[in-house]
Design a protein around this ligand. Structure first.
Ligand SMILES: NC(=O)c1ccc[n+]([C@@H]2O[C@H](COP(=O)([O-])OP(=O)(O)OC[C@H]3O[C@@H](n4cnc5c(N)ncnc54)[C@H](O)[C@@H]3O)[C@@H](O)[C@H]2O)c1
Length: 422
């Protein structure tokens, strides 16, 4: 039965319904110490702990495995996470996930580790090839056929919100684009968010991750409203539905928290209150964008992160050449809000007020970037005007995201935003 469709008369009916999905969240200083309770409650007996190498090096993996063992849960550790996940590292993790009959997965680390843990849960449950589920046109875009084995997510950065989202982001450098897998069944069953785990985040990681959280909150806050979409049957409702009253409230709170605490967390990594507020902002924004969606800066970020691996981000270990996701997103955000402000003027003004009490979002965003030492231009990341067509082409492939923008966005808009960001 479809009342909205019936009420429409002629033409496509507008959506009147939204769904709001979020896993249980266990939040606060010391929350990670409860991991054994939450994993046991899901019936897991043999888990794979998928974690960032810093989690093993810092002794955190041993601590968590010890707590799990005390509850009778055996846990192997997989920590071959090197940078943001790509095709090769994904296949490596999938192989490990299928090896020993695990009945649950625990992701501990930044977004890279959490997304890898989601991949493990997906492929250990349903099998198949990596590209089966990857979004079209890179993959086949198949639907995840059913629930996946229990997955618990424990973030150690404050940014991606992956602990509460249904998304896996993957880099395909051979194609010069990032894309991913997106399905409700990929949302972790429990998110354990312990701000103390982020205290050791280097300054550069804190800044990039924090800007990612802000970008999520702002894009979801300014996204096209869910009621602007055409009505869809429940089984066809997309994960990104557009802004609604619940996502708006969450994103407003996340923007306020970032405005209050990101500068402090970057200036003093040991500031527990700032870390707590940033952890809350990241998870809150994650729930917001996980339901409402993101748009232009994220669509541009995927090619920006993938086309050139020519820049070594300060504060990231190992001297690897890449543009961290949060910086790939933030670098075009001020220009994007200059171009889009007319489409959502009240939203943009309110977001600026929440962020720093001003009334122009593009400038408020740029001020924050400058204060925390984030690169302000694509030029600093190794791009020049010759790269503009490739960035625009890559972003145009992200129609899933572009349709969430507050107005229709075409190649000319994207080009204007990229040129203004050079
Ligand atoms: N699934 C989603 O919803 C979603 C959303 C946004 C971004 N992402 C993806 O997440 C990835 C980025 O994640 P990220 O920004 O969290 O960074 P990350 O996971 O790549 O980690 C960045 C660096 O910080 C280190 N690190 C992490 N936590 C630390 C800590 N507490 N102390 C010391 N070092 C620490 C890591 O070892 C790594 O070197 C990208 O691949 C991005 O595409 C996913």
């Amino acid at each position: 039965m479809s009342t909205a469709a019936g009420a429409a008369g002629t033409g496509a009916a507008r959506e009147t319904i939204f769904t709001f999905d979020a896993p249980p969240v266990v939040f606060g200083e010391g929350a990670a110490e409860e991991i054994d309770f939450h994993v046991a409650r899901l019936g897991v007996t043999r888990a794979l702990l998928v974690c960032d190498p810093f989690v093993t090096a810092s002794g955190l993996a041993a601590r968590l495995s010890g707590a799990l063992a005390a509850r009778g849960i055996a846990a192997d550790v997989f920590d071959r996470i090197a940078g943001e996940p790509g095709e090769e590292s994904a296949r490596d993790a999938i192989e490990a996930a299928r090896a020993r009959g695990y009945d649950g997965f625990i992701g501990v680390g930044g977004g890279s580790a959490l997304d890898t843990a989601k991949l493990c849960a997906l492929f250990a449950t349903h099998g198949g090839e990596l590209l089966d589920y990857v979004n079209k046109p890179i993959g086949e875009g198949r639907q995840v056929p059913g629930p996946v084995l229990p997955l618990v997510a424990v973030p150690t950065t404050a940014g991606t919100g992956s602990e509460v989202t249904s998304v896996i982001v993957l880099d395909f450098p051979r194609l010069g684009v990032k894309t991913g897998i997106s399905h409700r069944h990929l949302r972790p069953r429990v998110a354990i968010v312990d701000p103390l785990l982020s205290l050791s985040c280097p300054r550069g990681v804190t800044a990039a991750a924090g800007l990612d959280a802000l970008a999520h909150a702002l894009e979801a806050y300014t996204a096209r409203p869910y009621g602007a979409r055409t009505h869809s049957a429940p089984e066809e409702r997309p994960p990104y539905q557009g802004a609604g009253p619940l996502t708006e409230a969450l994103c407003a709170q996340a923007i306020r928290l970032v405005g209050r605490s990101l500068r402090r967390a970057v200036a003093d990594g040991g500031d527990v209150e700032a870390r707590r507020e940033m952890a809350l902002a990241a998870t809150t924004a994650g729930i917001g964008f996980g339901n409402a969606g993101v748009h232009v800066p994220h669509a541009l970020a995927y090619p920006i992160a993938s086309l050139k691996h020519a820049w070594s981000p300060p504060g990231y270990p190992g001297g690897a050449l890449f543009v961290p996701h949060g910086l790939a997103v933030s670098v075009t955000s001020p220009a994007a809000y200059r171009v889009l402000a007319d489409a959502a003027p009240e939203r943009c003004r309110e977001a600026a007020r929440l962020l720093d009490g001003s009334d122009e979002l593009a400038s408020a965003f740029a001020r924050l970037m400058a204060d925390i030492g984030a690169p302000a231009t694509l030029g600093e990341l190794g791009y020049n005007s010759e790269d503009v067509p490739a960035i625009v082409e890559g972003a145009l492939k992200q129609q899933r995201l572009l349709v969430m923008a507050p107005r229709d966005v075409g190649a000319a808009d994207l080009e204007a935003i990229v040129r203004a960001s050079l």
